[in-house]
Design a protein around this ligand. Structure first.
Ligand code: BG6
Ligand code: MG
Length: 224
């Protein structure tokens, strides 16, 4: 950890942090699992948060009582099928779907002169941010298709910091997935987790919901 840190940017995960698309990912995977006759619970779904589309599919298929060997082409078809369901679900998104506290938190960060970024593993991130009408609230949206490594690798958060022109140690990362918190900590950033504290042993701060996001309080905790 750098000795003198100065808060310069806040980098957000999208799904489950800015809006509740984590629920839509769950519903689309649940429908896919049901079609395939594979048991799929909300508890198991926690393992899929922050995980790429194809890796999520492979995790889901690992739950089959009788494992099936799918060809690469079949795997792509199954992932496409899930994505089609997901894309249908996000068509209904409006600015009213911003999670509680998010609009004010982002506004406070920006009016304090800090930068904001999005570090989402989703290839649908731009579509979701556009529907929420918040594209102009973020200085950088990392293009996940250009990355080599998935969360928990820190690459996505390091890329966001580099594109924002700030040092990783001067950033707060906000996540709702354990893999995402590990990516933030791997990037030497201050990690704020949203959700059940039991899921986030490595976070610096855990908030039970986005409604608790408070810029002044977090900035104080960051400065230590
Ligand atoms: C992450 C979600 O943000 O994006 C995962 O937490 C999802 O659940 C991943 O699998 C990839 O999203 P997409 O939209 O590219 O399938
Ligand atoms: Mg998330």
């Amino acid at each position: 950890m750098k000795e003198t840190r100065k808060l310069k940017a806040v980098i957000f995960d999208l799904d489950g942090v800015i809006t509740d698309t984590a629920e839509y990912h769950y519903q689309a995977w649940k429908a896919t699992a049901t079609e395939l006759g594979i048991p799929f619970t909300r508890e198991f779904n926690e393992n899929l948060k922050g995980v790429s589309r194809m890796d999520s599919l492979k995790l889901l298929l690992s739950q089959a009582e009788t494992p099936v060997n799918y060809s690469d082409e079949e795997l792509v078809q199954l992932a496409d099928r899930k994505n089609k369901l997901y894309v249908e679900l996000i068509e209904t998104i409006t600015p009213a779907d911003l999670l509680p506290g998010v609009t004010e938190f982002v506004a406070d960060i920006r009016s304090a002169g800090l930068k904001t970024g999005i570090a989402s593993a989703s290839k649908n991130a731009i579509a979701v941010l556009t529907r929420l009408r918040v594209m102009d609230q973020f200085d950088v949206i990392v293009d996940v298709t250009k990355l080599k490594n998935n969360k928990p690798d820190p690459e996505i958060f390091l890329t966001a910091a580099a594109e924002l022109g700030v040092e990783p140690a001067d950033c707060i990362g906000v996540e709702d997935a354990a893999s995402g918190v590990d990516a933030i900590k791997g990037a030497d950033m201050f990690a704020v987790a949203i959700g059940n504290a039991a899921h986030f042993p490595h976070a610096d701060v855990v908030l039970s919901s986005t409604a608790e996001l408070n810029f002044r309080e977090l900035a104080q905790k960051f400065e230590g």
